[in-house]
Design a protein around this ligand. Structure first.
Ligand SMILES: C[S@@+](CC[C@H](N)C(=O)[O-])C[C@H]1O[C@@H](n2cnc3c(N)ncnc32)[C@H](O)[C@@H]1O
Length: 323
C-alpha cells in the first residue's frame, strides 16, 4: 500500500483532498465537475448520495465538499479505485460520512444502503465483447450490461423521491439507448440536459435525469396541451406561467415581419450557460399574420427563454411551476 500511495496525485477541492491517478481518472477531474452546478440547480442539497462507477470518487467528493449531500456512498469494480477512495476517506477523516464498496454493479452493495441521489459517469461505449470491457473498464460497457444491471437493481436502494443523474456521451449512446431499460424497470427519464461549461466546451456529454415512475410525478400525463406565443408579446418582454406538462407551442405572428422563435431552458436567473436538449423548440419563418406549430415537447419545471429567431437575447420568459 505504501508503494501505491506514493504514486497518487492529489487534488484539493474545498476541504477535501482527493487522491487520484491518471489511469483511474475517467473524466471526473475535468467534465465531472459539471455535476456540481447541475446538482445544485436540479436538487439543491440532498441527504445520502451514491456515486456509481466512482473511480477516484471525484464527483461524490465534489458534492460532499460543496455541501450538496450529507453523506456519501461510493463503489467501483476495480480494487485499485476502491483503495484510492479509501485512502481519500482516511486522510480526510471522513469515515463517519463516507462508505466505500468494491462491487461489480450493485451486487455487493448492502441492502441497507438507501440513497436520495445517484450520480455516475459510467463507461460510455458499447462493445459486443466482454473482453473489451475487461481490457478497458473505464470506457467500455459490453452489451450495455453495466447499465442494464444497474437500472434493473437500483430500485431497492432508492429513497422515495430519489433521482438518478448519469452523465452519458452522444458519441456512444443517446436517450433511446436506455429507454427500454428504464421502461421495464419502472423508471422514467425526467429530463435530458446538455451544458456548456467555461472550462470544457465539450458538447458530446449529456445528463440523463431519471426517477421512479409514479413517484408523485406530474409528467405521467400524456395529454398534450397547447400554448400560444404571440410575437408582439414576446417583443415587449411578456411572461407566461404554466403547469408542468407536455405542450405544443404555437407561434402567432401578429407583426409585419417574418418570424421564428427559439426556446432554451434557462440555466440560472441571469440566463448564463443555457442548457439545451429536447426542450428546445424552434419555429421558423412564419410570415405576417400567420401561425406555426412546433412539435410537442415536455416542459419540466423551470424557466425557459423565448428568443426571436434572427436576433439574440431573451425577449420573454416562460415559467413552468412545480406541479
Ligand atoms: C468513465 S470511468 C469513471 C470514473 C470516475 N467516476 C470519473 O468520473 O473519473 C468508469 C468507471 O466505471 C467502473 N466500472 C466499470 N464497470 C463496472 C462495474 N461492472 N461495476 C462497477 N464499476 C464499474 C470503472 O472501473 C471506472 O472506474
Amino acid at each position: 500500500m505504501r508503494e501505491k500511495t506514493c504514486l497518487y496525485k492529489y487534488e484539493q477541492y474545498g476541504n477535501i483532498r482527493i487522491a487520484w491517478t491518471d489511469d483511474l481518472d475517467g473524466g471526473g477531474s475535468s467534465f465531472g465537475r459539471s455535476f456540481v452546478p447541475v446538482t445544485r440547480h436540479l436538487f439543491g442539497k440532498t441527504g445520502r448520495a451514491f456515486e456509481f462507477c466512482a473511480g477516484p470518487g471525484f464527483i461524490g467528493f465534489y458534492l460532499l465538499a460543496e455541501g450538496l449531500c450529507d453523506s456519501l456512498c461510493l463503489s467501483d469494480v476495480n480494487p485499485e479505485a476502491v483503495a484510492l477512495m479509501e485512502h481519500t476517506v482516511a486522510i480526510n477523516g471522513l469515515g463517519s460520512r463516507v462508505s466505500v464498496y468494491l462491487s461489480d454493479g450493485l451486487k455487493t452493495i448492502p441492502e441497507s444502503e438507501k440513497w436520495d441521489l445517484v450520480v455516475s459517469n459510467p463507461p460510455h461505449f458499447f462493445s459486443e465483447s466482454h473482453q473489451d470491457h475487461l481490457n478497458d473498464l473505464r470506457r467500455v460497457d459490453s452489451q450495455w450490461h453495466v447499465h442494464e444491471e444497474f437500472y434493473a437493481n437500483v430500485g431497492r436502494h432508492l429513497n422515495k423521491g430519489a433521482s438518478i443523474l448519469f452523465q452519458e456521451n452522444y458519441m456512444g449512446s443517446s436517450e433511446d439507448t436506455f429507454a427500454e431499460m428504464l421502461r421495464k424497470n419502472g423508471l422514467v427519464l425526467v429530463d435530458s440536459l446538455m451544458m456548456d461549461t467555461d472550462r470544457h466546451r465539450d458538447n458530446n456529454k449529456f445528463f440523463m435525469w431519471v426517477k421512479e415512475r409514479g413517484d408523485g410525478l406530474w409528467w405521467r400525463s400524456d395529454e398534450t396541451r397547447t400554448v400560444r406565443v404571440v410575437a408582439s408579446e414576446i417583443l415587449s418582454g411578456g411572461r407566461m406561467s404554466l403547469q408542468p406538462g407536455k405542450y405544443q407551442v404555437i407561434l402567432v405572428n401578429d407583426t409585419d415581419d417574418e418570424w421564428g422563435i427559439f426556446m432554451t431552458k434557462a440555466w440560472d436567473e441571469k440566463g448564463a450557460g443555457r442548457m439545451e436538449g429536447p426542450v428546445q423548440i424552434r419555429i421558423s419563418g412564419i410570415g405576417p399574420g400567420t401561425s406555426g406549430k412546433g412539435s410537442p415537447v415536455l416542459l419540466n419545471p423551470g424557466r425557459y427563454f423565448i428568443t426571436h429567431d434572427r436576433l439574440t437575447g431573451c425577449f420573454a420568459t416562460l415559467d413552468i411551476e412545480a406541479g
